[in-house]
Ligand binder design. Sequence first.
Ligand code: ADP
Length: 174
Amino acid sequence: MAIEIVKGDITFEQTEAIANAANSRLAGGGGVDGAIHRAGGPAIMQELKKKYDTCLTGHAVITGGGKLKAKYVIHAVGPVYSGKSKDAELLAGAYRTSLELCTQHQISSVSFPSISTGAYGYPVREAARVAVRTVREYLNTHPEIKLVRFVLFDEETFKTYQEALAFNGNAQSL
Ligand code: ADP
């Protein structure tokens, strides 16, 4: 298994799936959500509207990738940061259910943005640790997933994820 940490724009990723930091109304919005819908075109929103009503916080739903290179978009809903212990459970849930969707759809490579650390206010250091730990735990028992990339938009977030990966163990970082 491999976990990679890279700096960049997730809309250019060539993994089979990319994850989106969506909101529970699946309504699109700013940040990475807006960027993915802009790059992927209207087909993604059309499919969301057709198939799903809303998505609970801590869960995820899947659509095709529209015009993106990625074949699928996994719309994961992280928590708005509250400072309570349930934040970490919900954030871990967003990553875990995204990975479960990969398993169900035979997707062996997926890229994640830093869910919840933009508009949703989750401190990056805490979020990075939850993200790395959750992905690593899942990969340990799911060899069908070969590659998980964290694609971080800014230098600060990129460095913090690198630290979390080093802190948490033995995977490679780019
Ligand atoms: P949330 O509402 O879950 O906090 P945001 O989209 O506001 O989601 O922010 C999540 C993270 O995604 C932030 O670190 C932000 O800088 C980053 N981001 C924004 N645009 C992109 C992009 N095109 N590719 C990757 N990450 C992005």
